[in-house]
Design a protein around this ligand. Structure first.
Ligand code: 9MR
Ligand code: ZN
Length: 544
């Protein structure tokens, strides 16, 4: 299945999810143009403006012109036209981002494992429960455990603790910082209608699974997968033996951290669950204290599923100590946090491979007793990142805060993590300075990019529709499950189809194909959706 986004005649690139009336609005054109027009769907010209010649954009090798129509804030449906070319249709309006938010949060529901997805929630994408058999310890097949549940990680059916903790952290912090957006969000999931916000019910589905990934001694299995990735079959037809792969210190620390954080979040809704989470966090934390050395994870021979390798566990231990301190206020965790920090600083990353930024956020935003100097240091780490990213954005014709080296496997996560950094910097300093920067990162994701493609399935006129996502390749339905954030351009294509499709020398921003074989370009994962939820929640909290 390959979907061709025919944007050749429509080389004016806009955010296809639309613009809030007050948002910055910049369309991009890779052709010379002096004047542009904003037209409604009757073809009436509502606004005209002069295009700005940006010059050569390095990472796309396009010479680009920018059409700024920020001034126009009347609700409606429009296209930008110039020199006989036109953009996709887009809307300006209040709540324009709500359908996108619903889709990118419901994406997690669609990835649920171990449960029937019912037509009333999943529509035509309903399917039977999958992966409910007991998993064997890889190293000792006599030990079996019931560990079903959680979200499929991505286009594959594996479930991985560090990836899960990272996605949950993006989502729970988004909830903590932007409750006005997320607590009332209706997601139409089985738990909808209860007193608990839907987003928290969805996260709980993953948390219940992560708790099961804890071994009796507190260590966390790194992942639960079959030995190799499944062929392209529906999840319920993937009947391979499930394994629990060995404990790692990264998984254990991330499990402690996320359970401690969740314990704080769920306390007002369910004290018993909050207690269970706190107990789980403590047990894993004790394991970390007893096992102070880095316990690495590498795929054992015979196992070919995702590795989620990390070079050390400093950031993970730092995050765990920070969350335990925020949960309990006990000083010894503070000491641990400071000790872990000395091993590597700054720790402002927000991804699965380096989770230090979650520790910084935890300390900055929690109300436990804090060392003011440390708070400033932590804030400065985000502030200096944000300044650096802003410069990258200004140097990019498409407004992406990315340098050439950022176009890696899952580059859209880098983009959304940078959007998160802007949002965090604003929150710390109580300003809206970076609001336009966050909007422009979202614009790139939703179509203001040299391919003119929306990287979110089901959203936008010219959108990705053939991601590497097993159910969508097997379900016989033309339209992909909506709301999935695709990985995006990768200047080092790493799968056979991508190597064939992307000619050598293609500029980084164009190393992409909407083809379900191209897992190094076009897969989806929980932790590419989650920072997008965070960034969009920030935008929705600021823009009416
Ligand atoms: O997101 C991961 C990316 O950063 C790595 O470069 C890549 C190769 O190791 O793996 C990605 O993670 C994949 C995981 O290993 C298995 N599930 C699908 C993930 C997304 O492609
Ligand atoms: Zn499953």
């Amino acid at each position: 299945m390959q979907y061709k986004a025919d944007n050749s005649a429509k080389a004016i690139f806009v955010n296809q999810a639309g613009y809030a009336p007050d948002a910055v609005k910049v369309a991009v054109m890779p052709f010379p143009c002096e004047e542009f027009r904003l037209e409604n769907l009757q073809g009436e010209v509502c606004f005209t403006g002069k295009a700005r010649h940006f010059g050569l954009d390095t990472n796309s090798q396009d010479e680009v012109w920018q059409a700024d129509f920020t001034q126009w804030n009347q609700p409606g449906q429009y296209r930008i036209t110039a020199c006989g070319k036109r953009s996709a249709v887009f809307s300006i309006g209040e709540d324009v981002y709500l359908p996108l938010m619903k889709d990118i949060t419901r994406a997690f529901y669609f990835l649920r494992c171990g449960q029937d997805l019912l037509p009333e929630h999943a529509g035509e994408y309903c399917h039977k429960a999958c992966h409910r058999t007991r998993a064997k310890e890889w190293e000792n097949h006599d030990v079996e455990k019931e560990v079903f549940g959680g979200w499929h990680d991505a286009g594959d059916y594996g479930r991985y603790v560090t990836a899960a903790a990272c996605a949950l952290s993006h989502l729970l912090y988004a909830y903590i910082l932007y409750p006005e957006v997320l607590s009332s969000l209706e997601m139409n999931i089985p738990e909808s209608g209860s007193a608990v916000p839907d987003i928290l019910s969805e996260c709980r589905y993953e948390l219940e699974w992560i708790i099961k990934m804890q071994r009796e001694d507190g260590g966390a299995y790194h992942k639960e997968t079959t030995a190799q990735h499944a062929p392209f079959v529906m999840p319920e037809d993937d009947l391979g033996q499930l394994y629990l792969l060995p404990v790692s210190s990264m998984a254990t620390a991330d499990l402690a951290a996320i359970c401690a954080l969740a314990s704080r979040v769920y306390r007002p809704f369910d004290a018993d669950f909050a207690d269970t989470l706190a107990k789980t966090a403590l047990l894993s934390y004790c394991w970390l204290k007893k096992n102070p050395d880095f316990l690495d994870f590498r795929n054992p021979e015979g196992c070919g599923t995702g590795g989620y390798y990390e070079r050390d566990d400093y950031s993970n231990r730092f995050w765990a100590a920070a969350e335990m301190y925020a949960l309990t206020g006990e000083k010894h965790y503070h000491d641990d946090m400071v000790a872990a920090m000395k091993k590597r600083f700054p720790l402002s990353q927000l991804g699965y491979g380096d989770v230090g930024g979650f520790g910084l956020m935890c300390y900055i935003f929690s109300d436990c007793e804090k060392d003011p100097q440390l708070v400033e240091r932590f804030k400065d780490a985000f502030r200096s990142d944000a300044q650096r990213f802003e410069k990258l954005m200004d140097d990019c014709g498409y407004g992406a805060a990315m340098h050439a080296g950022d176009y890696i496997w899952g580059s859209n996560m880098v983009l959304m993590k940078h959007a998160m950094t802007f949002a965090i910097a604003d929150r710390m300093d109580d300003k809206d300075r970076y609001l336009p920067a966050v909007c422009r990162q979202m614009d790139y994701l939703m179509g203001v990019n040299p391919l003119g493609i929306s990287y979110v399935t089901g959203n936008g006129e010219y959108r990705c529709n053939a991601p590497h996502l097993r159910p969508s390749s097997c379900d016989g339905i033309d339209e992909c499950i909506p709301g999935m954030v695709c990985g995006g351009p990768n200047r080092r294509p790493a799968d056979a189809d991508a190597v064939k499709l992307i000619p050598e020398g293609t500029p980084p921003m164009k190393c992409f194909a909407d083809h379900d074989g191209c897992y190094s370009l076009n897969e989806i994962t929980i932790y590419w959706n989650s920072p997008t939820v965070f960034a969009l929640a920030y935008m929705m909290s600021k823009l009416k």
